[in-house]
Design a protein around this ligand. Structure first.
Ligand code: NDP
Ligand code: GDR
Length: 323
């Protein structure tokens, strides 16, 4: 039986990855930071099947302990301060978690067991102000936020440990991926949550920033399969994971309202650009995942329309079940 340690198991991706690894008969450990009120909603349904270890990306010793306790064959480093907008409000903390946290985990692996296979959750935000379209593994990075800069650091330190110590370390450059388990502050979930509530008469409006930015949005459940596949190859490498299609925030809004039978969505949406403005924006992302398709045999399974509908329906169910 293989053993895997997932940092960020309580987040969106961590919960889907834990499910996937359990279905493959892994012993699954999750690193969780101590919180006064535990945040385990996303893993409630598998709580008795995974083993949680207390630790923090800020604390080197706790990472080494987690690796020792789990006797991990594979480590998936998904934990991060992952909200781009917050990275301007807390740039130093974002760097500590999202950048230096990667080095701490790589050091823990190097010291405790350098045979471990390591996955780093890199991001399309590293491309930022894009220099070519679509973006692929060789596209130059031009991050536009402290978060993007921290992810570039995480990406390169992963490559550096691979080259310096011969670690089996992979960087997955994933474009936006969403699901009913997405945090409520991200634009997709903010939209589907509000649309469900508006259709049930619980909320009047949906306030957003700019409706123009375009993203390559996939389903998180499809993307965690790519993470696992990367660690099953003969050689470590880096891969872009994306759908190859992009849509504007406006298109997402239109389709979400359409799912609940509302066509005149403009009546409900307020665009407050100044309130949600980021000091530097990423306007347009679209990925080329042909390397992953060729080498890993990975392909997206869920379309944009299926994703939006899935998220709206899940929010409708949740809202209906609330008193
Ligand atoms: P989430 O924000 O949903 O989850 C982040 C996880 O990290 C949470 O479990 C959180 O724990 C944990 N965490 C944060 N700080 C620490 C810390 N100091 N020590 C230990 N754990 C910590 O992110 P996603 O699941 O969406 O994303 C997973 C990873 O993939 C992230 O690194 C993200 O940056 C990256 N990524 C995501 C993309 C996406 O579209 N979703 C695209 C590309 C990259 P807690 O519950 O305690 O807050
Ligand atoms: P992103 O996701 O920054 O792409 O990072 P987010 O959903 O926050 O923003 C997407 C785009 O929508 C615009 N936008 C709004 N965003 C939010 N959150 N709230 C709003 O009201 C709103 N209105 C418009 C944003 O300006 C932006 O252009 C996500 C995260 O998961 C990262 O961790 C990950 O690395 C990248 O995706 C790939």
């Amino acid at each position: 039986m293989k053993s895997a340690l997932i940092t960020g198991i309580t987040g969106q991706d961590g919960s889907y990855l834990a499910e996937l690894l359990l279905s493959k008969n892994y012993k699954v450990y999750g690193l969780v930071r101590r919180l006064s009120t535990p945040n385990t909603g996303n893993i409630r349904h598998i709580y008795d099947k995974v083993e949680l270890i207390s630790g923090d990306l800020l604390d080197q010793g706790s990472l080494q302990d987690a690796i020792r306790i789990s006797e991990a064959d594979e480590v998936y480093n998904l934990a991060a301060q992952s909200f781009v907008k917050a990275s301007w409000e807390q740039p130093v903390l974002t760097g500590e978690f999202t950048a230096l946290g990667v080095t701490r985990m790589l050091e823990a692996i190097r010291i405790v067991n350098p045979k471990i296979r390591f996955y780093q959750a890199s991001s399309s935000e590293m491309f930022g102000k894009v220099t070519e379209t679509p973006q692929k593994e060789t596209t130059r990075f031009h991050p536009r936020s402290p978060y993007g800069v921290a992810k570039v650091y995480g990406h390169y330190i992963t490559l550096n440990y691979r080259e310096s110590y011969n670690l089996f370390a992979c960087s997955g450059i994933l474009f936006n991926h969403e699901s009913p388990r997405r945090g409520i502050e991200f634009v997709t979930r903010k939209i589907t949550h509000a649309v469900a509530r508006i259709s049930l008469g619980k909320q009047k409006n949906l306030e957003l920033g700019s409706l123009e930015p375009k993203r390559d949005w996939g389903f998180a459940g499809d993307y965690v399969e790519a993470m696992w596949l990367m660690l099953q190859q003969e050689k470590p490498d880096d891969y872009v994971i994306a759908t190859g299609e992009n849509h504007s925030v406006k298109e997402f809004v239109e389709l979400a309202f359409k799912t609940v039978g509302i066509d005149d969505w403009e009546k409900y949406v307020v665009s407050n650009k100044s309130k949600y403005m980021r000091p530097a924006e990423v306007d347009y992302l679209i990925g080329d995942a042909s390397k992953a398709e060729k080498v890993l045999g990975w392909k997206k399974k869920t379309s944009f329309k299926q994703l939006v509908e899935m998220m709206v329906r899940a929010d409708l169910e949740r809202e209906k079940s609330k008193k």
